[in-house]
Write a protein that binds this ligand. Sequence first.
Ligand code: ADP
Ligand code: MG
Ligand code: MG
Length: 193
Amino acid sequence: MTLTVDTLTVWMDKFGNKIGENKQYLSDLDTPIGDGDHGFNMDRGMTAVKEKLSSKPENVTDGLKNIAMALISTVGGASGPLYGTAFLEMAKKSSSTTDLGELLDAALKGIEMRGGANPGDKTMVDVWDKLVPEVKDGTLTEDKITAAVEATKDMVAKKGRASYLGERSKGHIDPGSQSSGYLFEAMLETEGL
Ligand code: ADP
Ligand code: MG
Ligand code: MG
């Protein structure tokens, strides 16, 4: 699937709506194993993204770059630079390909490089690592997204604030994995992606 300015705009609109509708839930997930701000951080970011995209970007690269900048400058915390890096890496990659799977692959590598997390560390990497191959194979489903998010519940956090709790981080869904789940759901719901 090829990412265009139009599909990128619809995707981000749907993602922003999901974040807005679930900001309290995301922050509630962040309360027992973090500092209770993830939903509010992401909602601030996606409001800024929506604002940016209200004037149509000239091309996909500009659009992705604008999204990255909006996220980096407004989200804060651990997740802001990580989501920002994801979109910045997609922007860079988009000069050579607009294939969504290839772009997401670059995004995942960026997140891993920036945050140093591996699969199993109970971070958003767990969701990206499981779902990017599904996008590439054209086999992504709602159930697979839910399963990838739910799988973080039994993990012990090795990175981020939740890692301070050690074993006690078990039994809670990772908030950044849940928000990443919304990103993939929004993608699935975007016609043409
Ligand atoms: P903060 O923890 O600074 O308040 P947020 O609450 O906005 O930031 O984001 C927390 C989320 O960021 C976690 O749920 C996790 O998914 C993600 N995260 C934290 N550290 C890392 C890391 N090193 N690599 C990947 N993701 C991370
Ligand atoms: Mg937090
Ligand atoms: Mg915080």
